[in-house]
Design a protein around this ligand. Sequence first.
Ligand SMILES: Nc1ncnc2c1ncn2[C@@H]1O[C@H](COP(=O)(O)OP(=O)(O)OP(=O)(O)O)[C@@H](O)[C@H]1O
Ligand SMILES: [Mg+2]
Length: 667
Amino acid sequence: MQLSGIIREFPAGEQTIRILHGIDLTIYQGEMVAIIGQSGSGKSTLMNILGCLDKATAGEYLIFGKSVKQLDADELAKLRREHFGFIFQRYHLLGDIDARDNVAVPAVYAGMDNKLRAQRAEQLLTDLGLGDKVHNRPSQLSGGQQQRVSVARALMNGGDVILADEPTGALDSKSGKDVLQILNNLNKQGHTVIMVTHDPSIADQAERVIELKDGHIIADYRNEHFNHSDHTQALANEETTEEATAASASPSKVLRHKQKSRLGSLIDRLSEAFRMSILAMRAHKMRTLLTMLGIIIGIASVVSVVGIGQGSQQQILSNISSLGTNTITVIDGYPYGDPRRQYNDDNLTPDDAQAVADQPYVVSVSPQLDTNASVRYRSVQESASISGVGSGYLEVTGEKLAQGQGFDEQSISLRTQDIIIDDNAKTTFFPDITNPIGEVLLIGNVPGLVIGVLEPNENAFSRSSDTPTIYMPYTTMMSRIVGGENIDRFVVLIDNQISTSAAESAISELIEGRHGADDFRTQNSDSIRQTIESTTNTMTLLISSIAIISLVVGGIGVMNIMLVSVTERTNEIGVRMAVGARQSDIMQQFLIEAVLVCILGGGLGILLAFLIGEGINSLGSDSFSVIYSPTSIIAAFICSTLIGIVFGFLPARNAAKLNPVEALSRD
Ligand SMILES: Nc1ncnc2c1ncn2[C@@H]1O[C@H](COP(=O)(O)OP(=O)(O)OP(=O)(O)O)[C@@H](O)[C@H]1O
Ligand SMILES: [Mg+2]
C-alpha cells in the first residue's frame, strides 16, 4: 500500500481545515504496523483512507500497484470485501443477528455458498475460543468476546489486510491482551495488520511504529526487539486443529474457488436482505403496524368500494331484466328537439304494431296508450293512471299477477270491459277486500270488471309513485275512453338470439317504410342497461379515486417510516458497507422492507375488505350482495407493491448513497 502526498481536508464552515498534510508512506505485505499519536492527530482519518472507506482530497494511493482514485463506490466495496478486514473500537456488530451470522455477513456479499459460509463462520469463532457462543447475539456477549467476533468477521473473506482502529480501546487489560495476541498470530500467519492505538506499550509489540502529529508523520521506525518467537503461542493457536489453521491462516484465496454463480449469489443477497427486513419489522412491531394502517385502509376501501359498486350494479341490472329482457319500445312522435315535433303527434297505429308482430324475430308485441281518469269504487274516488295494453303485456314487461288472470286475444278483439289493477289501486280502492276479483270500478263513467291484480312492483325503475294504475285492453280504451285510432307506443319483445340493435334498426326501417317518415322514436332496454352500467361504473371510479388518495397518503406514511428506519440504522449501513456491501445491496434491503410492509398491509387490507363485505351481506337485504372481482384484488395487490417501490425508493437510495465513514460514526 503506497501513499504519496496524501492530503485530507474537511469543510469547516466557509473554509476547509487540513487534517492530513501530505502523508508519504509505504506498507508492505505481511507487516505489522502500529499507528500512534495524540487524539485528533488524524490516525483514524488515515486509517479510513487506507481501508478505502474514505477518499483523500489529494495525493496518490496505490494498492497492489493500482490507483484507487478512479474506482467508483462499488469497486471500492469490492476491494474492501476481498482484501480488507476491519476491526473497530466499538465492535460495530449487528445487534439483531447472532455471532455466527455477524461473522458471515461479508461472505454474503462475496457470494459464498450458504453451507460453506456457516461452516467457515463457526470454524473461525471456534478458533477464537467462541465455539460455544455461535448463537449468542452481541448483547449476550462480553466486550472481549464481541471484539473476537469482529476479528472473525474481518477474517471471513480472507482478510489479507486487517485494519484495527483502537481494537483494545474498550477492553479490560486481560481481553485487550488476548485480542492483541490474536492479531500477532494473524500477522505471523501472513496477514498484514495495521493497528491504531494511543497506548505505547501496545505499539511496542508491533514490528513497525508510525507516529502521527497534527497530520504529519513525525516518526517511522522498526522495533529492534520485535521477534516473532518472542510471542508465546496465541490463545487461538493453542486450540487450533489442522483444519482450523487452514480456515483462518489463509489470507486471500478463500473466495476464489468457493464463489457462487452470479444468479445464486444475487438470490443469496436478496434472501439476506429479506431476512434483515423481517428482523427489522419484528423489532418494531407497533411502528410497522401503524405504517401499514394507511395501506390497509386504502386497499380495504378500494376493494370493498369496487365490490359494493359491482353488487349494486348487479342488483340494478337484475331489476332491469325483470322489465323483460331484450325489449324495444316504439314511441309515437318525432324525437325531442326535432322541429316537426308537435304536442300530440298521432302517427302510430295498431296496424304498425301488428306489422312488427308479424316479423319472425319478434316474440310478442303489446300496443299501449295512456291517460289519466277519475276512478270510483262506491264512496272512494281517486285519480288514476289508465293504460290500454295488448294481450302480450305481462309477457313483454315481465310483470306478474298476484290474483286472477290477464287479457287474452278475445279480450282485445271483443273489446271486453275487463281490467287489471296494480297493487296501488288495490290498496286505494279495496283496502278491506282481500279478493277484489269480480268487483266493478267506474273509470270515468265506464264500468270495468276486475279480472286480475298485479304483484307489488319492486322494480326500482318503473313508476315508483303510489298512483293507482289500471290496465284495460287497448281496443276498449280506444273505443270507450279516449276515442281515436292511434296508440302512444308499443313494446316489442324480441327473440333472445337476435341482437337488440339489429332488431331495433329493422323495426325502425319497417315503420319508416309504412309511414314514409321517421315520426317515431325507439328505445331499447339494452341502452338503459348500458346507461346504468356506465353510471355505476362512474360512481365506482369516483369512490375509488378517493380510496386511491388514501392509498397515496398511506404510501407517504411508508416513506416517512422508511426514512426513520434508515436514520436509525445508519450505523448498520456503515458496517455493511465496510464489510463490502454494494450500494445496490443496501438499496435492495430497504426496498424489500418497504415492499414487504406494503404487501403485508395490502393483504390485511383485502382481508378487512372481506370482513366488511361479510358484514354488509349479513345486514343488507337478500337481493344485495357485495361482489368481489379478482381484478380489483389483483389491482390492489399490484398497487400496494408499487407503493412500496415508489415510496421506498427515496429512503433506500438515501441509504445506499451514504458515505461509509459518516454512517459508521453515527449512532
Ligand atoms: N468528517 C469530519 N469533518 C470534519 N472534521 C473531521 C471529520 N473527521 C475528523 N475530523 C477532524 O480530523 C481530526 C482528526 O480526527 P481523527 O479521528 O483522525 O483523530 P484520531 O487521531 O483518530 O483521534 P483519536 O485518537 O481521538 O481517535 C480531528 O480534529 C477531527 O475533528
Ligand atoms: Mg480515532
